[in-house]
Design a protein. Structure first.
Ligand code: ADP
Ligand code: MG
Length: 702
C-alpha cells in the first residue's frame, strides 16, 4: 500500500471534517489506510427489490417507487413530530416513518423516485398496510451513481454514538472511491498465484461493497475469497515478523555447550525411575540446541505431571558442567519455592550451588545482598526465582541457560529483554498448558518446539464427576472413605474470604465447615495472603502426610506435587476457566492409586460454564481441553498478543482462519529463507515494519 495512505488523516476525506474525524478516531480509524482495513462486521442483503403488493411482514425488504406524499405529522400526545413518506410502485403503497426527524422532509419531493429498505410492519391502528420504521433510503438518480444503502448487499460497520450507520457507510464509500487507486499489492505475485488469491484492490472493494451475486452467507461468515485475502495479508505479516525474529536468532552467536555429560549420567544413575522415551527424545533435542553455537529458543510443552522438571534439571547440569550458570523462573513465589526444594534435593550429590531468589519480604536484605554477590561472582550455579528475577536486575557472572516455567505470561518481548540482560543465553520455555496448534503458531511462533507426549508409566486417568449443591453428602462420604485409606484430599475454593459482592463460598469458611464435619481429620488452610514461609511450612507438612485435607485457593494450581493426594474437590467449579480446572486436576493422579476429581457447581451456571464442566468430565486430554477452551473463549481473550508484545490481529481470527494461518506461516518462512532481508520486496518490508511498529529489529546489520 502506498505510504501516503497510511499517513493520510481521515479528516480530509470528503464528508468527514474535524468533528467526525474525532468520532472515527474512537473507532480506531485515524488514517485512510486504517479505514480501508476496517471491514464491516456483517452484511445485509438489500438487493432483491420486491413489488409492494408482495411484501412480507417481519421481513427485511427493499422496494423502489415514486414519492406520492411527504409530510410532517404532529403527534400531540408525545409532543413529537413524525415525518411520513408515502411511496407507490403501482402495485401498492408503503409508508416510511421517521420519528423526531422533521428535517428529513426537505430531502424529498413528490414524484421523485426512491428506494426504501427496512423491516415490513403493519399499521398499528388498522392492522393492515405496509410500513417501515426508520427505513434506509436512497434516491434513484439518472447520473448512474451506484447505490450505497439499498438495492445491493450493504455493509454494516461498527459505529459509535454521534455517527449513524448511514453516515459512516457514506464516508466509507467516498473514502474507498478516492483512495483505492493508491492501493498497491505488496504480497509477492507468486504467493498470490499459488494460493489463488484475488488482487488487493478487488479484495478491498468487495469486502466493503460486495459485487452483486456474492453469497451473503459466505460474506457473513468471513469466507468470501476477498475477505480471506485480507485476513491472509494480516496473518502473513504476523508470521513474517515471527520468521524474521526466529531466523534472526538462529544466526545470532550463542554458547556452544560442549559437555560430555558426566553430571547428567550421574544424575540419571541416582534417579529412582527411568526416563520415558518422550523425555529422552526431548532431552536429545535440547542437547542438540545447546551444543550449537547459536542461542536455543525452544518451547517445551507437556501436560501436567509428564516430568518436565527432570528435563530442566538435566539441561541445567549440562550448562553447569561447562561452567555456565542457569536460572529457572516460575510465575509465582510459591512455585519457585517448590522448584527450589525439589531441585535442591535432586542435585544434592553433584556439589553444585543452588539458591532461591524471590522478591518476598521475608528474605533479609543482608541475605539478599549476599546472594546477589554470590550470583555475580559465579559461586552460585543455579538460581531459582520468579519471572521478576530478570527485571530486578540480578547480575549474573555468566548466565548460559534460562528456563522459564509455566509462563503463559512471558511473551516475545520479555524474552527479548532476557536475552539482552545476558549474552544470548539459551532459552527454554516450559509450559504445562497444552497449546492448540493455532496458538503455538502465533504466540510461540518464534520458538522451536518439543513435546513430551507421554506420561510416566502407571498413571491412571483421574475419574472426574460433576455434582450440584444438593449432592454434598455424597462428596463428604467419599472424602471420609479416602482419608480412611490414608490418602489426602485437596479442597479448592475460588476466593479466600466471603464478600457480599461475589456471594461465593470461601476457603476460610469452608475450612471451618470441614473441621466440623470431620472432627478427627487434620484440616489446614493455605492461600496467597499467607507469608511465603508459612505457605512453605504448610506445603511441607502436607507433603509429609501430616495434613489430611488441604483447603486452598488456586495457589496450588501449578506445580505442587504430592503423589499421595488422590482426591480433589473444586468448589464453585463453574467459576473456573478450563485450563485452570485442568491444571488443578493435574495435582491428583500422581501416585499409583486411582484418583478422583469432584466438581461442585452452584446455580446459576452459564451455558459456557456447563460446556466447560462437561468437557472436564469427558476428557483428560490436555490438548483437547485447550482446543475447547479456545473455542469457548474465542481468540480475543485467549490470544493475548498485546500482552505478549505482538501486533493485534484486527481482521483475522485464528479459530475461523486456522487453515489460512497455516498457509501464511509456510509462505512467510519460505520467503524469509529465500530473501532474509526482503531486499526484493521493499514495499512488503515497509508494510511489515509498520505492522510490527518497530517491535522487531528488522534486518539489523552485522
Ligand atoms: P511436570 O513439571 O511436567 O508437571 P514433574 O516434573 O513435576 O511434572 O513430574 C511429575 C512427577 O512425576 C514427579 O513426581 C516426578 O518425579 C515424576 N516423574 C518424572 N518423570 C518420571 C518418569 N520417567 N518415571 C516416573 N516418574 C517420573
Ligand atoms: Mg512443573
Amino acid at each position: 500500500m502506498g505510504k501516503n495512505l497510511s499517513e493520510f488523516p481521515v479528516q480530509y476525506i470528503k464528508g468527514v471534517g474535524p468533528r467526525r474525524a474525532k468520532l472515527l478516531n474512537t473507532l480506531g480509524i485515524k488514517t485512510a489506510e486504517e479505514a480501508l482495513y476496517s471491514l464491516p462486521y456483517r452484511y445485509e442483503d438489500r438487493k432483491n427489490i420486491k413489488k409492494i403488493s408482495a411484501l412480507g411482514y417481519g421481513q427485511l425488504e427493499t422496494v423502489i417507487g415514486k414519492v406520492v406524499a411527504a409530510e410532517i405529522i404532529k403527534l400531540p400526545k408525545r409532543n413529537m413530530k413524525l415525518f411520513e413518506l408515502t411511496v407507490s410502485d403501482g402495485s401498492g403503497l408503503v409508508k416510511g416513518k421517521w420519528f423526531n426527524q422533521p428535517f428529513l422532509k426537505k430531502n424529498f419531493e413528490v414524484g421523485q423516485e426512491v428506494i426504501l429498505s427496512g423491516v415490513v410492519k403493519r399499521n398499528p391502528y388498522w392492522g393492515i398496510g405496509f410500513e417501515f420504521d426508520n427505513p434506509e433510503y436512497e434516491f434513484v438518480t439518472d447520473d448512474g451513481d451506484a447505490f450505497i444503502h439499498t438495492a445491493r448487499i450493504v455493509p454494516i460497520y461498527r459505529t459509535t454514538s454521534g455517527l449513524s450507520e448511514r453516515q459512516l457507510r457514506t464516508i466509507m464509500f467516498n473514502l474507498i472511491n478516492t483512495c483505492i487507486k493508491e492501493v498497491h499489492d505488496h504480497i509477492p505475485d507468486e504467493i498470490l498465484i499459488r494460493n489463488n488469491f484475488p488482487g488487493i484492490t478487488e479484495s478491498i472493494l468487495n469486502s466493503h461493497f460486495p459485487e452483486s451475486g456474492t453469497d451473503i452467507d459466505s460474506l457473513n461468515s468471513g469466507a468470501s475469497i476477498y475477505q480471506k485475502r485480507l485476513y491472509f495479508d494480516e496473518l502473513f505479516k504476523f508470521e513474517l515478523g515471527l520468521s524474521v525474529i526466529k531466523r534472526g536468532k538462529e544466526i545470532d552467536k550463542g554458547i556452544a555447550f560442549s559437555s560430555d555429560g558426566v553430571l547428567v549420567r550421574k544424575f540419571l544413575g541416582a534417579l529412582k525411575f527411568k526416563l520415558t522415551s518422550a523425555q529422552q527424545r526431548v532431552f536429545e533435542e535440547i542437547l542438540h540446541d545447546m551444543r550449537r553455537p547459536h542461542p536455543m529458543n525452544r518451547l517445551l510443552q507437556g501436560d501436567v505431571g509428564c516430568g518436565k522438571t527432570v528435563i530442566a534439571v538435566m539441561a541445567m547440569l549440562t550448562a553447569a558442567e561447562c561452567g555456565y550458570q542457569s536460572a529457572l523462573m516460575a510465575p509465582t513465589e510459591i512455585l519457585a519455592g517448590q522448584h527450589y526444594i525439589n531441585i535442591h534435593k535432586m542435585i544434592e550429590d553433584t556439589g553444585l550451588n543452588i539458591c532461591l531468589m524471590t522478591g518476598s519480604k521475608n528474605i533479609l536484605r543482608g541475605e539478599r545482598e549476599a546472594l546477589r554477590c554470590d550470583i555475580a561472582s559465579g559461586k552460585i550455579n543455579i538460581v531459582i526465582g520468579t519471572h521478576a528475577l530478570i527485571q530486578e536486575g540480578v547480575e549474573f557472572k555468566n548466565l548460559g541457560l534460562a528456563i522459564i516455567d509455566e509462563q503463559h505470561r512471558f511473551g516475545v518481548m520479555q524474552r527479548a529483554l532476557l536475552r539482552k540482560k545476558a549474552l544470548n543465553p539459551d532459552i527454554l520455555v516450559m509450559t504445562a498448558t497444552p497449546i492448540p496448534r493455532t496458538l503455538s503458531m502465533t504466540l510461540y511462533g518464534d520458538l522451536d518446539y518439543s513435546v513430551i507426549d507421554e506420561l510416566p508409566p502407571g498413571r491412571r486417568p483421574v475419574i472426574t464427576r460433576l455434582f450440584n449443591a444438593g449432592q454434598k453428602e455424597y462428596i463428604y462420604r467419599a472424602i471420609a472413605e479416602e482419608t480412611k485409606k490414608c490418602r489426602q484430599v485437596y479442597v479448592v475454593y475460588p476466593v479466600i474470604d466471603e464478600t457480599e459482592k461475589t456471594n461465593l463460598k470461601s476457603a476460610i469458611i469452608g475450612k471451618e465447615a470441614l473441621e466440623k464435619i470431620f472432627p478427627k481429620l487434620k484440616v489446614e488452610l493455605i492461600h496467597g495472603r499467607l507469608k511465603p514461609q508459612e505457605r512453605e511450612n504448610i506445603m511441607a507438612s502436607f507433603k509429609k502426610g501430616e495434613i489430611d485435607v488441604l483447603v486452598s485457593t488456586t495457589v496450588i494450581e501449578v506445580g505442587v506435587d504430592v503423589p499421595n493426594a488422590a482426591m480433589m474437590l473444586i468448589v464453585h467449579a463453574e467459576r473456573f476457566g478450563l485450563s485452570q480446572l485442568h491444571q488443578l486436576r493435574g495435582r491428583v493422579g500422581r501416585g499409583g492409586s486411582q484418583s478422583y476429581c469432584f466438581l461442585l457447581m452452584y446455580e446459576p451456571v452459564s451455558e459456557d460454564a456447563k460446556r466447560r464442566l462437561d468437557i472436564m468430565v469427558k476428557s483428560s486430554d490436555g490438548f483437547k481441553i485447550a482446543e475447547e477452551d479456545l473455542n469457548i473463549r474465542g481468540p480475543g481473550e485467549f490470544f493475548g498478543t498485546r500482552q505478549a508484545g505482538m501486533p493485534d490481529l484486527k481482521l483475522a481470527n485464528i479459530i475461523r482462519d486456522a487453515r489460512l494461518l497455516d498457509t501464511a506461516r509456510k509462505e512467510a518462512f519460505a520467503l524469509i529463507d529465500k530473501d532474509s532481508e526482503l531486499n526484493s520486496f521493499p514495499d512488503l518490508k515497509n508494510g511489515l515494519e509498520m505492522f510490527w511498529k518497530g517491535k522487531i529489529e528488522l534486518f539489523k546489520t552485522g
